[in-house]
Design a binder for this molecule. Sequence first.
Ligand SMILES: NC(=O)c1ccc[n+]([C@@H]2O[C@H](COP(=O)([O-])OP(=O)(O)OC[C@H]3O[C@@H](n4cnc5c(N)ncnc54)[C@H](OP(=O)(O)O)[C@@H]3O)[C@@H](O)[C@H]2O)c1
Length: 338
Amino acid sequence: MADHTTTPGPRLLAGHSVHPLGLGCMGMSEFYGPSDDAESLTTLNAACDLGVQHFDSADTYGFGHNEELLGRFLRSLAPSQRDTLVVATKFGIVRQRGQYQRRIDNSPAYIRQACEASLRRLGVERIGLYYCHRRDAQVPLAEMVGALADLVREGKIAAIGLSEVSADSLRAAHAVHPIAAVQSEYSLWERGAEAEVLPAALSLGVAFVAYSPLGRSFLTDQPPAAQDLAADDFRRALPRLQGDAGAANQRLQQSVAAIAGRLDQPTAAVALAWLLQRQPHVLPIPGTRRAGHLRQNLAACHLVLPDAVLAELDHVFRAGQVAGARYPDAGWAGVETR
Ligand SMILES: NC(=O)c1ccc[n+]([C@@H]2O[C@H](COP(=O)([O-])OP(=O)(O)OC[C@H]3O[C@@H](n4cnc5c(N)ncnc54)[C@H](OP(=O)(O)O)[C@@H]3O)[C@@H](O)[C@H]2O)c1
């Protein structure tokens, strides 16, 4: 049972004890409308100054742009500071520039080539945490994990992660080589991981990294309205924002915003505080391009929600309340957890 009277301490990730909140960097390159590199670099530096140590990227975010941006940020730091960070990136999603449709590649030759390219873009000798972004069913799991284990032995990656895998795959992979982290979507409005993946990670001692912990901005004071989003914003196609589902979900957003209003807190901070308190072993990686939003999100670490508020949030988002799928059709490629 979590102790709800204290704020969350550091959490373990890939051999490091890190600040409980990481920073998701995806929106700095793609998917959530326009971004500005100068603003993103300011946000990355602010995160570092405020104690954030875990930065999450992927080769597919902006087709390498996100890793290059992180590379610029890392080069600006003193080596002693850089060594305290866990920079995570991912391979496996292959897209044509400008397209959301993807194919998945987990072949050993592809993994090696992708790793070399990520090392180059990040400007590091070793990747702190290297995830298989999506599973390619054509390649046996042991072969894929074996290829990653070779990269560990060669010193090119420090630790292995898996994203959106089933509990069975996580257990099978962990038997081939220790898996440092599993990354899945997890938030007030996406609770699928609670059934199997989260308990499996806990029992194996594998870190659970929660992506999209703000429901892709749904759980904030600026929830997305599909019709108002930029033409290339991926959320325009999100089933949870469309038609009747969108209208039904809007009422949930209003409920959580009302709870946050009563507490005189930003909605994002309340959503993250719920996650940190309910799941003492989980590492959320809220994404933001903006230092102001970053500060609001980090405020979650100093917010102790009373049990009655936690229960109220659980009730608002009880099973069956959220309408619509969490991905459009093309987004399910390689996702083992529907
Ligand atoms: N493994 C995977 O398959 C996978 C999939 C998706 C994401 N991820 C990772 O997880 C990270 C986080 O997920 P996410 O970025 O998809 O979603 P998220 O963290 O749930 O939400 C990010 C969105 O919320 C907005 N936001 C953040 N803080 C806010 C605040 N305080 N007030 C108002 N709006 C706020 C951001 O806009 P602003 O930029 O304007 O703040 C952005 O639009 C990503 O960056 C990525 O690294 C991994």
